[in-house]
Design a protein around this ligand. Sequence first.
Ligand SMILES: Nc1ncnc2c1ncn2[C@@H]1O[C@H](COP(=O)(O)OP(=O)(O)OP(=O)(O)O)[C@@H](O)[C@H]1O
Length: 743
Amino acid sequence: MNEENYNTPLDLLIHWGCYLGECGPAPGAQAGLHKLVQSLCGLQGERSQLRGELRSLHTELEQKDQDRHSRVQAFQQQIDELKHCIKEREEELARLRTESGVTDSEKRVLCLSAENESLKQSLSVTQGLLQQLSVIPSQSSSVLIQENETLRSRVQQLESSLQQRGEQLSRLERRSEQAEWRRGEELRRREERLRELQLELDKERGKEPVIKYVTQTVEVESPSTMRQLAEAKEKNEQLAEKLSNKNEKCRELEELLRHSDKVTANLRHKIAAYEVEIGKLREELLKEIGHLEEHKEEAVKAAAECSDQHLQSLQEQFTGLQQRLAALPPTLRSMKTDYASLRTQVRNFSDFYGAAVNEAKKQLSAVISEMSEANKDLLEKYRKEVALRRKYHEQLVELKGNIRVLCRVKPVLKEDQQDEGQTVVVTTDPNNESALTVMSKGKGRSFELDKVFHPHATQEEVFQEIEPLVTSCIDGYHVCIFAYGQTGSGKTYTMEGSVENPGINQRALKHLFSEIEDRKDMWSYSISVSSVEIYNEVLRDLLSKDGEKLDIKINPDGTGQLHVPGLRVIEVKSFQHIKKILAVARRNRITFGTQMNQHSSRSHALLTITVLGTDLASGAKTTGKLNLVDLAGSERVWKSGAEGDRLKEAQNINRSLLALGDVIQALRGRQTHIPFRNSRLTYLLQDSLGKGNKTAMVVQISSLERNVGETMCSLKFAQRVCKVELGPAARKIETAGQCEHLS
Ligand SMILES: Nc1ncnc2c1ncn2[C@@H]1O[C@H](COP(=O)(O)OP(=O)(O)OP(=O)(O)O)[C@@H](O)[C@H]1O
């Protein structure tokens, strides 16, 4: 298709669309095409708008058609009436014809009826035209114009037929005048004849005496003459009668003629009225046609202007597109060259890649062999490093003292603020992590411990302080960590914690598992746990469902070690497993309510973790033990208001705590006899509390004034413990089947 052959912008668009399809679309050209299509869509929209306008014009025309139709119907009705009149006249004329026979007036009537017939025909023509007028189809503007044209010609036809009718009417009038004149003439003749007859009659009457005489003579002379005379008289009478009849009929005919004249005049009026009506209709039609033509011309003009503008803009866009398309081929050529060079590069790349991979493999194997050599050295260094770290760690722990006393101040909770005596009497020193002051009876009393945790210290901060002890357990030390303090001071919170914020127990196990993981290249470890509670000096297994009572005995293997027959010891494989075990122990722990704490635990709870280690290189074995103890509340009996069973519970708790105090006292005094057996608690902790072991006690205190007595007691106990020296800790390591205590 040449550019000159493009009839519409759409043709152009299709042509360029095809061109782009062949050459591959350039982004600019595509955008241009898109714009072209958009503008074409706009044009289409305008065209449909114009169509809408034409449609509204069409409906207007339809309405007018309806009006015209109704008028035509009225016209039809009048025509029907006219027809009816004509029929009546015909009937009348027929009647007249039968009555009076063929006379001149009859001929005139026949003539009139013929005229009437032609009038009828013209009326039926008009009627047909009007019917055709009433069914003008209205579809499109061009058809409408054609129809208007037809309508106009029909109106003209109608006019000409009306004119014909007018002429016919005037002819009729003339004929009717002639007929009237003839009738007048006839009448005149008849009157003259009548007058003549009258005159003859008068003459005859004037001759009566002669006739009388004759009659008399006849009478005298001839009876036959007399009879003839009588007959003549009779005939005369009959003639006179006939004459009067004829006169009567003439009058009637005259009457009828007058009536017919009236009807004709009426008809003429009606026709004039119709002519006026038709004239009006014609004017209206012409006006409408003119109006429509104006509208049509305006709309066509506006559409043409609009489409011209669009065409212009499309042409501009098209020129822009052409320019862009002209610039495309060089770009495409350069892109093709780039593509070809890229393809060759890609083809060569696999060879290049294979060679590079082989080279890299060689380099890597060389590096790996170098690394393995270096690793051996590093491993050796690491072993020395670990040994050194352990040595320094031990030195550090020993420097800190093998029994460490930590104090944690419980924060003032919402529930604590409800009762009286909520003044805070304990203050910590931000510059000295070991000191705290208690206001009691108006005096401030200062205490010096290994570490004081302020009320807002986190579980993690507390554990960090304990962590070295937990680590030393892996190295084969016996460690005992216990929480001491009055009921509700936060012992269970510090040891067990909550699900979302776990305490020392869970954190210690987690730490053990991570340490074991770190050492797995050199050591293999197994961890087992057991859990007991001491309630009213009775030992119960917290991991057993039935909670049977247990006893502490000397191991029959001759090592002198204590053991609890029947105690459930579970080997723990993962941290998730230990979580479940701890949950079971928590559930089984007996709790009773007292006045001091609604959910107070009235028993000592012990979680014992045994860590057995084997050095993968030397085969040496270590046994570490970590005792985590949540002691029962330390409050004085009188304050708890206990009676009966609760009193017994309180007494047993206090006795065991006293025994713990005695053991610590004996250790402090370096006595030869340490009274471990005075309570189940001290007896059970014997191998972890004594000489050569590591101990940490977390003293829990309340900072509120109402608990100041218990706080002072706990702190005095803590201070006593603080002065205890357990001597250098001993590592439990077994070489070649014998157990040594290394200092
Ligand atoms: N540091 C703390 N931060 C927030 N809440 C704490 C803290 N210490 C204790 N509590 C809360 O105080 C309440 C009593 O604590 P907990 O049960 O640990 O006391 P307890 O000394 O173990 O009592 P009992 O001797 O009766 O077992 C608990 O609701 C606990 O959550």
